[in-house]
Design a protein around this ligand. Structure first.
Ligand code: HEC
Ligand code: CU
Length: 439
């Protein structure tokens, strides 16, 4: 029996060792193949804090290290004495416990010594916390908005003022879904990183649009909650160029892990170049009410304006619903442009007035879109300039395709033909339309 038992134990041991070794190898292999140190982010098997890149982060690092050392010394001292006493003066050796109490000297010592230690720890820590909160005299102020699940950056004040963009995860879905092996920057890469100049005090104002998020960059020693309806601030001054990575650190919903923070720190010259490029990009994308747009540009833009503002009532199909009239085939949309512009600008009944909320380019493009979408083929083009005139009471002329069709044929057959001729004469009239409104 005993021999059998020993043999069985050996087999189990051998099997266990094999399994452990195999899984260890597998695990190490998988980890090695997949990820390396993330530049500007965590290293593989990193234990300590990330290397500091700001003065505050340096202070945090040294506070952390000195307190760790202090605590270790106290721990070793206290437990050393305790274990030594327990072991060397044990009862079996014949030691008798000393029996004393109310030793004033001992009580004073064990009150004063920890007090001094706590004060020694609190002094430098308080100094750092106060410095962390001092957001005055910033060179650049950036508003950071947390969204489910991305970050929005607005350059509010300083070089680059006016720049704004969203920063979204750029790790491919195939990696998060497990269809592709993950890369070194897995969940730590974004399309548009926050870009800041080196050695400049950057004030970060945080807020959120939906739930609480938290903006965290370990290398900067910066972590600040972003709370809807509240504004909080923090700051950093990076002493080194490069890219640094952090995370949202407030559980904010299903894709909390999918909204990393990436900050690129550039030299002054590179930052100036970046600002220049961004501002050019913004200017190119901005609505220019003095520009003349093509039919395609207007209908593409108009489709977006329509989807965002009009589709709730008039439906994406343009067919309307209930009290909301169909725009597809509507008399106003296919009739004189003046009436169409007027109702969109000023509203009517339950139809809101869009003059205060949409700009000239948006109104011109949504009207152009409506007149050329679904079954409407007027070919009419409306330029922003004409909307500016319409706001001043000078409504554009023309575009009465229904009257044309009605005049063209009294009979049903002719009316059917009228649609075709209407389209062709609209094509001819299109280039003339902006001219008639522009003068
Ligand atoms: C809140 C719902 C609502 C929204 C949003 C809305 N509309 Fe309307 N719209 C109406 C209603 C209601 C009417 C009918 C008004 C009337 O005749 O009394 C109407 C009428 C119209 C008409 C006239 C159609 C016809 O044949 O009588 C046009 C053109 C029009 N809307 C365009 C737009 C555009 C462009 C937008 C987006 C920028 C828009 N609407 C957004 C409710 C809406
Ligand atoms: Cu978040």
């Amino acid at each position: 029996m005993e021999i059998l038992g020993k043999e069985a134990m050996k087999t189990i041991k051998r099997a266990l060792t094999g399994v452990l070794a195999c899984s260890g190898l597998l695990f190490a292999g998988a980890a090695l193949a997949a990820v390396g140190d993330a530049p500007g982010g965590p290293r593989v098997n990193q234990i300590n804090l990330q290397p500091p890149v700001t003065k505050i982060a340096e202070e945090l690092y040294s506070l952390h290290m000195s307190m760790l050392v202090l605590c270790t010394v106290i721990f070793v001292g206290v437990f050393g004495v305790m274990f030594y006493s327990v072991f060397a003066h044990r009862k079996s050796k014949g030691h008798k416990p000393a029996n004393f109490h109310e030793s004033t000297t001992v009580e004073i010592i064990w009150t004063i010594v920890p007090f001094i230690i706590v004060v020694l720890m609190a002094l430098p820590a308080t100094k750092t916390v106060v410095a962390m909160k001092d957001t005055s005299n910033a060179d650049l102020t950036i508003k950071v908005t947390g969204y489910q699940w991305k970050w929005g950056y607005d350059y509010v004040k300083g070089p680059g003022e006016g720049i704004h963009f969203l920063s979204t995860l750029s790790t491919p879905r195939a990696q998060t879904d497990g269809r592709e092996p993950i890369g070194t920057l897995y969940l730590q890469e974004v399309d548009n990183p926050l870009v800041v100049p080196v050695n400049k005090k950057i004030r970060i104002i945080t807020t959120a649009d939906d739930v609480v998020h938290s903006w965290y960059v370990p290398a900067f020693g910066v972590k600040q909650d972003a709370i809807p309806g509240f504004v909080r601030d923090t700051w950093f001054k990076a002493t080194q160029t490069g890219t640094f990575r952090g995370f949202c650190t407030e559980l904010c919903g299903k894709e909390h892990a999918f909204m990393p923070v990436v900050v690129t720190v550039l030299s002054d010259e590179d930052y100036a170049k970046w600002v220049d490029g961004e501002q050019k990009k913004l200017a190119a994308g901005a609505d220019d009410p003095n520009r003349t747009y093509t039919l395609t540009q207007l209908t593409e833009r108009g489709a977006k304006v329509y989807a965002a503002n009009c589709a709730v009532c008039h439906q994406p199909t343009g067919k309307g619903a209930g009290q909301f009239p169909a725009l597809d085939g509507s008399k106003i949309v296919n009739g004189p442009i003046a009436q169409h512009v007027s109702i969109v600008l000023h509203g009517k009944g339950a139809m809101p007035s869009w003059a205060p909320t949409l700009n000239d380019v948006e109104i011109a493009s949504v009207i152009t879109f409506e007149r050329n979408a679904w079954g409407n083929h007027t070919g009419d083009i409306l330029q922003p300039k004409q909307i500016a005139d319409a706001r001043n009471g000078k409504l554009p002329e023309g575009g009465d395709h229904l009257a044309g069709a009605a005049a063209a044929g009294a009979s049903d057959a002719a009316a059917a033909g009228g649609a075709a001729s209407g389209a062709s004469d609209a094509a001819g009239a299109a280039p003339a339309a902006p001219a008639s409104g522009a003068q």
